[in-house]
Design a protein around this ligand. Structure first.
Ligand code: SAH
Length: 259
């Protein structure tokens, strides 16, 4: 509380996969009203140039394997700023509740009695494959989607999804863990012929799509030097030429000739 007794608030805002025009209108409104913006490494980082000069920008961006600002400190920043009467936007890449630790931030605000709301964002789990012309579901080809954090242990549910021809598996944070994940899948009997697409830097000008198979993906990823951020799609929807390229918006094809 300030001396005037004004309590601030926190809005967890999904910023989408990168381009600022993939943010929602509500995200733009809240950013325009914000006193403080707490930003990540991924998501709409270009937003800085659209913010008023007196907005406090706090960058808590994480590199894979590095956590410059631990989660409990991020939670504390949100709570402290809101308690001092500020309107805080916690801008997150993609959607706040898809591997974004958004749930923990909401819980921290609720526990501290800070008003908090969540604004959905365009998740990379769907939008990054989409940018490469890959529909995560497709009538007659894939009727379910399994979204998994590649850094987690490979569970029986993930092995079942990888082995089910009617399921698309979407792997986030999967670049480093790919060899282990693929080895586990092949050992569990998933066919090496399963189509795989790796989409790096989806919705950016230097987006790159690599089409391969489960049996070949590790060698191929190493050969071309696949890097984060990337989304890995396993399933029949990932095979080249599934959709007619000219049905896609032109910008989705920028730098991507693999359709
Ligand atoms: N909450 C986010 C995901 C956070 S986990 C969301 O809903 O999109 C971070 C992972 O998202 C990255 O490791 C990568 O797998 C994926 N990712 C996010 N933005 C991406 C982009 N523009 N291109 C490719 N992958 C991206």
């Amino acid at each position: 509380m300030t001396r005037q007794g004004r309590m601030g608030r926190v809005d967890l805002v999904g910023g989408g996969p990168g381009p600022v025009d993939l943010m929602t209108v509500r995200a733009w409104r809240l950013l325009a009203e914000a006193d403080v913006v707490v930003m990540d490494r991924l998501g709409p980082t270009d937003i800085r140039s659209h913010l008023a000069p007196d907005v406090e920008i706090i960058d808590v961006g994480k590199l894979p394997g590095h956590h410059p600002v631990p989660q409990h400190e991020i939670n504390a920043i949100l709570v402290d700023r809101a308690r001092s009467g500020k309107r805080v936007v916690r801008l997150k890449g993609g959607d706040p509740f898809v591997f974004g630790r958004g749930g923990e931030e909401v819980a921290a605000c609720v526990a501290a009695g800070v008003p908090v709301d969540v604004v959905p964002g365009v998740t990379s789990a769907v939008a990054v494959p989409e940018a490469a012309g890959i529909p995560v579901t497709h009538r007659g080809i894939a009727s379910a989607v399994h979204i998994v954090n590649g850094q987690s242990e490979v569970t029986p549910a993930t092995l079942a999804a990888l082995g089910d021809a009617a399921v698309t598996t979407v792997i986030l944070m999967g670049v480093g863990a790919l060899p282990r994940l693929v080895a586990d899948a092949l050992r569990a009997g998933v066919p090496g012929s399963r189509p795989v697409a790796i989409v790096e830097r989806g919705h950016h000008a230097d987006q790159r799509t690599t089409r391969t198979t489960l049996g070949a993906v590790v060698l191929e990823a190493g050969r071309i030097g696949v890097r984060n951020p990337a989304v890995v799609v396993v399933g029949d929807v990932a095979r080249a030429g599934l959709l007619i390229p000219d049905l896609l918006p032109e910008h989705a094809l920028a730098g991507d000739t693999s359709l």
